[in-house]
Design a protein around this ligand. Structure first.
Ligand code: RP5
Length: 165
């Protein structure tokens, strides 16, 4: 059946199709934490935990979750299923998974038919990190301190590009 954890005042819900996605999605969680964004992370599979997933999405929305970040590999339909159950933005991270270097996950996720969008990021850890930054940018639209945190992050990142010797 599966179960899930909730975090008080969470603004973002990270969902993954399997605990095996966590080593990658940990980067999303860490990046959100670095911006001070309260979030919760759960492994709930679209096909193995279908009922509890629906229940989680409804309950998370009622608690005030503002957007979902979904990770899945293979025939990666988690983000699309989540988007079917919520009008909150759904960001998607295709996992590298067990075959085709994640191209299967990318195409399964990005090729949503028109009408129910998911915003799809790059395969693997780059996408997992960028999904968190993008989520922060969305949440910053109504949050001045978060806007400042993103500007600081950008400035620090720029400093890390070493000049050629
Ligand atoms: C997907 O299948 C998961 O998102 C994961 O990326 C992949 C493999 O899952 P496990 O077999 O490791 O549980 O559902």
């Amino acid at each position: 059946m599966g179960t899930y954890v909730t975090v008080e005042n969470a603004r973002v819900g990270i969902l993954m199709g399997s605990a095996s996605d966590w080593p990658t999605m940990k980067r999303t969680s860490e990046m959100l934490s670095s911006f001070g964004i309260t979030h919760e992370s759960n492994a709930l599979s679209a096909h193995r935990n279908a009922e509890i997933l629906k229940q989680y999405i409804e309950e998370a929305e009622a608690r005030g979750i503002e957007l979902f970040i979904c990770a899945a590999g293979g025939a990666a339909h988690l983000a699309g299923v989540v988007a079917a159950h919520t009008e909150k933005p759904v960001l998607a991270c295709p996992m590298q998974a067990w075959s085709l270097d994640g191209l299967d996950s990318l195409l399964s996720t990005v090729q949503m038919p028109k009408g129910i969008p998911v915003a799809t990021f790059a395969i693997g850890s780059a996408g997992a990190t960028n999904a968190a930054i993008f989520a922060a940018q969305m949440l910053a639209m109504g949050d001045e301190s978060l806007k400042t945190a993103i500007s600081d992050f950008r400035a620090n990142q720029a400093k890390k590009v070493a000049p050629l010797e």
